[in-house]
Design a protein around this ligand. Structure first.
Ligand code: AMP
Ligand code: GLY
Length: 436
């Protein structure tokens, strides 16, 4: 089987690493990929939005499966593009179509969907430019903190949380009247602030059946102690010690099943991953957001815990036979630390040489994100540079290995959070005590 992965981050390197282990995989390509993907697959210089070029490549290289990593091509309709071209119809493209991707592409769509199907989420109202005055009046009576979300994709920057009604009013005006995020903020969702602890839950659907993948916890803020600006994610752990059986049962009954059934009721043939960004409020799960893809860096801890042949799973998705797959997950814990370029998520440098990669022990998997190879040397090429994943008997054990590796890799102004996973260790201790 020939497989093409679209994307260039740590998520795609992890997919490539896993797929390359399968005897069912003949040739593996990643477009555009990074220095890490080039060690397990062939990189192809095509951007994820160059649909015509992707199609031509698939035909000339007899690609059987296309696995779409990021949301941008999904929201732009890559699946619809493949499905509307008869020449491409024998290629299985794994990801939702444009309509399904609206779960991520439009916060207003996802809110309406959740309300229609009784899925627990923060209460909200959506405003467009014509309703600016109404929105301002609404904010004046809204309890604080207030959450404002640009409706469309805004590269993780479209959510503002503020305790000041004045700031909320100014933000709403900036988004709607001054189009702070362009078309993405043509509509703004104003919602209730939920106070709790977040986690990410993932399913993979074939349109009919779905698999529940291991859950993970991501650390979004740049600073230790969850402070500072939001990033794409600074590290992750899996499993999540507080996501016990009874909590996960609530997640399945109150969130996953109504979502999958709701998509069917809307006649959306949803093939691909659903990332449920959840928050645990007093033991009850609420949806903060849906994403139409896997998380990054969550993938870097979720995929290494899956013991199945991943190509067998992808084949089952393509043939609508996921009901024939039983997912097997290692009992080991996985942790990943994201090494980033100093300054990220603000201004940062690119092109710094990365040293020490050869010193990393076999205990740690190095998943590249923003890296580039030139003349056998590896250079930084993005804000999030690489994720260091380790497996261990528990989270502290895995963290020790990832932290050791993080010290060994060097470049000018490398930064990483040293407190990833520490907040959930107390839950792990409680679990261990219960078992004794
Ligand atoms: P989103 O892009 O919707 O995931 O929002 C980014 C981050 O903002 C989330 O990961 C949360 O940390 C936070 N957030 C979003 N919505 C809420 C909410 N209703 N209550 C509390 N925090 C939220
Ligand atoms: N780590 C969060 C995301 O992938 O959106």
């Amino acid at each position: 089987m020939n497989i093409l992965i679209l994307g260039s981050g740590g998520r795609e390197h992890t997919f490539a690493w896993k797929i390359a282990q399968s005897p069912l995989c003949d040739q593996l390509f990643v477009a555009p990929g990074n220095a890490g993907t080039s060690t397990v697959a062939t990189n192809v210089e095509i951007d994820v939005l160059e649909f015509e070029k992707i199609a031509a490549f698939c035909l000339s290289h007899q690609i059987d499966i296309v696995l779409v990593g990021p949301e941008v091509p999904l929201v732009a309709g890559i699946v619809d593009f493949f499905e509307s071209n008869t020449l491409l119809s024998s290629i299985a493209i794994i990801g939702p179509n444009k309509q399904g991707a609206q779960l991520e592409g439009s916060k207003d769509f996802s809110k309406q969907f959740m309300n229609k199907y009784g899925i627990p989420t923060a209460s909200s109202r959506t405003f467009d430019f014509t309703q600016l005055e109404e929105g301002i009046a609404y904010l004046e009576t809204h309890p604080t903190p207030i959450v404002l979300k640009a409706d469309g994709l805004a590269a993780g920057k479209g959510v503002i949380i503020t305790s000041s009604v004045e700031e909320a009013k100014a933000t709403l005006t900036e988004m709607l009247a001054e189009k702070k995020f362009g078309e993405a903020s043509a509509k703004v969702v104003v919602e209730q602030f939920l106070d709790g602890i977040e986690l990410s839950v993932f399913t993979l659907s074939d349109g009919e059946n779905y698999l529940l993948l291991p859950e993970a916890k991501d650390y979004k803020r740049i600073g230790e102690g969850d402070t500072g600006l939001n990033t794409g994610g600074m590290g992750a752990v899996s499993p999540v010690p507080f996501a016990d059986e009874s909590f996960m049962q609530k997640v399945t009954e109150q969130i996953i099943l109504p979502t999958i059934n709701g998509l069917k009721a809307e006649n959306i043939n949803y093939v691909g991953f659903i990332f449920f960004g959840l928050i645990n409020v007093g033991g009850n799960p609420y949806v903060i957001e849906y994403n139409a893809r896997m998380g990054d860096p969550e993938t870097e801890v979720v995929i290494p815990r899956i013991e199945n042949d991943f190509v067998e799973i992808l084949k089952a998705v393509a043939h609508k036979q996921l009901d024939k797959i039983t997912i097997s997950t290692t009992a080991q814990s996985a942790t990943t630390l994201m090494l980033v370029a100093g300054g990220y998520p603000g201004e940062y440098n690119k092109g710094d040489e990365i040293l020490g990669l050869d010193n990393i022990s076999k205990d740690t998997l190095v998943f590249h994100a923003g890296t580039k190879k030139e003349a056998h040397k590896t250079f930084t090429n993005g804000g999030r540079v690489m994720a260091l994943t380790s497996l261990g008997n528990n989270i502290s054990d895995a963290l020790q290995k990832s932290n050791r590796a993080a010290e060994l890799i060097q470049w000018k102004n490398k930064y990483y959070r040293r407190d990833i996973g520490k907040d959930v260790l107390r839950f792990e201790k409680i679990e261990a005590e219960k078992e004794q």
